[in-house]
Design a protein around this ligand. Structure first.
Ligand SMILES: [Zn+2]
Length: 417
């Protein structure tokens, strides 16, 4: 567990900016929650707001295009029997079925990587630069993509090969074991992610700046968190986004501040963000998240089984797929997974957003920095639409919108003047 931050002292290293409270949000006998919220929202210029809205709304469409493109690619791989041919080649290279599956997975991952590249370049590089959110050169970006591919080949390959072993050995109940194994993989994944995976992409260091670290650790102790360290990450290697996160599980948990936040936010805002991250920890969001995911995964595997059996009975022969134990079925499974995730988007987002809202409330109470919190919400508003419609927020937002967050902060302030 780790954190960082500063409350009053201004230091040259971090928390450099000064908190500015707009006129309409100043404390006083006439303080009004709605007016104060609007005053904060109005500090963002119309041009900046239009830019952020366009960026975020473009993301709605990308969910659809990603799904449709992925579905089309999967159908082509099946219909052209390209998948069956990759399976034939894989079984010639490696006889044992565990290894055949793994080799198939390597082929499949590389093919999907290559076919997905145009969309990935647009989404991850061109678009990010167009909106001024990226700091990366194309070479550095592509390097990160290759690391991701290597991880998918190795770790993804283990997961897929183990799942197929379960399908072969437990033909009647594989959907139940598949769900349990997936949850197990997810748990192990969140355990090792901050220690082994995240450092492959960024540099994590201990936050040394006492003016930020010490108040953060005080807040942690005050809330029963046994933290002695705060981490910082060089997120500016990739982007300009302000962010912080809690990661890890069973002893590897930590709070990490990104350097953009340290550079661009006031001490009050940094403290409010730290309070939020501590909220995730104190409210056991990792554990409730895993429980939620268990239910989702059980439903998903049951549906996966039904849909695989139904599709293979109809088209299995045409696709050259022997059955559910045949790795050539992977594009079909990927298509079902993509369709499920697509439909599941609002439910998943609503679960996450509810947790984020809880962490917001916790953070405002723990830090007692409603204006710092509003400032942080505005910084996040650079890449997340500030004031969406309620339906938009329900479907697309995995965090509360800036307006919801600022409103929560001003409501707290109205009662704590
Ligand atoms: Zn959060």
């Amino acid at each position: 567990m780790a954190f960082a931050f500063t409350l009053t002292a201004q230091t040259p290293a971090a928390g450099k900016t000064t908190l500015v409270i707009p006129a309409g949000a100043q404390a006083g006998p006439n303080f009004n929650v709605e007016t104060a919220t609007r005053a904060y929202l109005n500090t963002m210029s119309p041009e900046k707001k239009a830019r952020s809205d366009a960026y975020f709304e473009g993301g709605y469409w990308l969910i659809l295009w990603d799904f449709l493109y992925g579905a089309a690619v999967s159908l082509v791989l099946l219909q052209s029997r390209f998948s069956a041919r990759m399976r034939d080649l894989a079984s010639r290279i490696a006889r044992p079925r565990f290894l055949t599956t793994w080799v198939y997975w390597l082929f499949y991952s590389v093919v999907m990587f290559v076919l997905g590249l145009p969309l990935a370049v647009y989404e991850g590089f061109v678009r990010e630069h167009r909106y001024g959110l990226s700091n990366q050169s194309i070479g550095a970006w592509f390097g990160d993509e290759l690391k991701g591919l290597a991880l998918a080949c190795i770790l993804g390959g283990i997961v897929v090969a183990v799942l197929f072993t379960a399908v072969r050995r437990l033909p009647r109940t594989w959907h139940i074991w598949g769900a349990i194994l997936t949850l197990l993989f997810l748990t192990v994944g969140s355990l090792i992610a901050p220690v082994f995976i995240a450092p492959m992409f960024n540099k994590y260091t201990l936050l040394e700046d006492a003016s930020i670290r010490d108040p953060t650790l005080r807040m942690a102790r005050a809330n029963g968190i046994p933290a002695t360290k705060v981490y910082q990450v060089d997120a500016s290697r990739q982007s300009k986004r302000v962010s912080a996160n809690v990661s890890g599980f069973l002893g590897t948990e930590r709070i990490t501040l990104n350097d953009n936040l340290l550079k661009r936010a006031s001490p009050e805002a940094i403290m409010a963000v730290m309070g939020h991250e501590m909220g995730h920890y104190v409210l056991n969001h990792v554990y409730t998240g895993l429980l939620f995911f268990l239910v989702v995964v059980v439903i998903f595997f049951w549906g996966m089984r039904k849909l695989l059996e139904w599709s293979l009975a109809r088209w299995g022969e045409r696709w050259g797929i022997a059955g559910v134990t045949d790795p050539a079925v992977i594009p079909l499974a990927a298509l079902i997974l993509a369709a499920f995730s697509f439909v599941f988007t609002p439910i998943g987002n609503t679960f996450t957003r509810s947790q984020e809202y809880e962490a917001d409330i916790f953070g405002i109470n723990a830090s007692r920095q409603p204006d710092g919190f509003a400032e942080a919400a505005l910084l996040l508003g650079e890449y997340r639409k500030l004031a969406p419609s309620p339906l938009e927020e329900f479907i697309f937002f995995d965090h509360p919108s800036g307006r919801t967050r600022i409103y929560s902060a001003m409501r707290w302030r109205a009662e704590n003047q």
